[in-house]
Design a protein around this ligand. Sequence first.
Ligand SMILES: [Zn+2]
Length: 276
Amino acid sequence: MPELPEAETIRRDLEKEVVGKRIKSVEVSGTRTVRRQTKKQFIGRVEGQRIDSVSRRGKNILVSLGDDWLVVHLGMSGQLLKTMPKDPAIKHTHVVLTFTQGGQLRYVDPRTFGELYVASKANMAEEAPELEELGFDPVEDVMSWNAFGGLLQQRRKKLKDVLMDQKFVAGIGNIYSDEILWAAGLRGDRSSDSLSTQEVRRLYRAVGEVLQDAIKLRGSSLADEQYRDLYGQVGGFQNEHNVYAREGEPCKRCRQPIQRIKWGQRSSFSCPGCQV
Ligand SMILES: [Zn+2]
C-alpha cells in the first residue's frame, strides 16, 4: 500500500508534469473509484479547470483546481500514470483526465480501494473530514522532538500502532513503521509512554531520515510491483529495506535473523537482537 514516500514521489512528478495544464475532458468508468459524489458532479467540478499546484497530506495527493481540491487516495493498488491519448488501453483504468495541451493522466486501480473526489477548500470539514483529522506531516510540518515526545507520552499505545495512527502522524503505514522502528532500535510493542528521552530522540530522528531516504529513492515497490510512479516505473527503496519482507535474513546491524510476527491483519518485521 502506498505510504507517504510513494505519495510524495507522485506529488513531485505531478508538480513537474501537470501544473499549469487545463483539463479538457474527464472520463469515469465503473462506480468504485468516484464514489463520494456522482460521476456527473465529479466531472462537472473537474472539467475545464486548470491545475495550479499539487500538495499532499499524509498519503493523500491534493491537486489544486482553484477553489477545489481534487483529492487522490491510492488505496492499496492505485496508480496515476502520465500517458498520451494514443497509448494502448490499460486494464483497470477508472478515470482519465485529458489536457487541452495534449497528454493525459490515467488512474488505474486493480483492487479499487483507492478513491478520487473533489472537495471545496472552504468546506474541508464537511467534504473531506478525514483530511482535517490528520496528524502532523513528518515531511511538511515542523515539530520539535520535545513536542513529539509529549504526544507519545499521551498515547500510551504500542509504538507501531501509534506510528500508523494517521491522527498522530500522517502518512506512515505498515512498511515504514517497521523500517523506522528498526532504525530507532525500538520494538513495535513497546508502550509509547515508556521511552527514555534518548529513545524519543532516536525515534524522532528515524521518522525523518527513513521517510527522506525513501523519497530520494522514489518509494518502495513490493513483490507485486503495484506501486508505480507517474511514468510507470517501480521505486528503489525496497532494495534498502532493513527488515520489511526480510524474514530469516540476517540483521544488517547485529546479524540475528529478522523475524516476522502477526500484527492485526498484517505482518510486522523486526530484529529480535537489536530492537529493545
Ligand atoms: Zn539486529
